[in-house]
Design a protein around this ligand. Sequence first.
Ligand code: NCD
Length: 342
Amino acid sequence: MSNWNHKHIIDLSKFSLDDYKTVLELTTRFQDVSTTRSRKLPALQGRLITTLFFESSTRTRSSFELAAKRLSADVQNFSVATSSLSKGETPLDTILTYIAMGADILIIRHDSTNVPNDLAQYIDDNKINTSILNAGDGFHSHPSQGLLDLFTLASFFNPNNPSPESLLNKKITIVGDILHSRVARSNLWSLTGCGADVTLCGPKSLLPDEFSDFVLNPPPGQKNDPITHRGSITINRSLKDALRGSDAVMTLRLQKERMHQNMLTDLDTYHKNYGITHDRLKWCEKKVPVLHPGPVNRGIEISSQILEDDSISLIKNQVSNGIPTRMSLLYLLANRNIADPS
Ligand code: NCD
């Protein structure tokens, strides 16, 4: 834990194997907090954590709020609908207001890519002590979702010791609207970072060929890839071929609000070609778990029957694992130079 040196968490391209290990270990420890009598730890008592969601959210915002409360932090929630944005205040002035109130960590979601990154830059340039935690920016990045998905998969493969090694050489197939998905992008960094081989499956309009090179070059402004040996990324457009030999399947919401017109012929054809159902899962040749970050469009990317089949769906685990995962991230940011939670 002493190696943790991130002031902000913007995307997972900067995560090393040690970072993944630290988050998975801490998440395993924080998982038990929900079964204690008080359901709380005093670790972040007196710290101020602010959620600033400029885009809608059900799971992520509530999960961060609960994670902060479980660590005894003070929590402020900013909501666009009731804010002074409607009086013409700029988002930056709104954010600076919360920094002036003493926020230790700002958890921010915005539909424009790079808003969290630009804000972190502003904070560093002005020598402000606040940390930025990206809760989803445009198509770019959703690191806490990538990490809770990693924890969910590692716990499935290795319940006694969910570690980065649990993912080594596993074949994880991600199906659907990859183009518009910040969740898919974060998962590509984390899964390949832990040595999993990822197969992507979807129509060309939602999965351009360039995705096979996604992790080959660090993003602009980043010199090196902190991971020396990543797993591979393969594109396979036939669901039957993509599922063969998979160890887990992740499907994604068809993000209609982010699409230009005419990206799909129709939803029935999409479901027929890419929808995850019990019948199609047989192509995996063994029983495999299914993940989905939510919110779900029932009967489009996934059947209702899979959603309700707890022997296959890990979706509830993803939601419950989100809390200890986010506790870990808040803990690590708030205690950048302190070693241990106990
Ligand atoms: C995702 C998001 O907002 O990026 N949802 C989530 O955070 N659980 C995925 C989506 O919107 O489809």
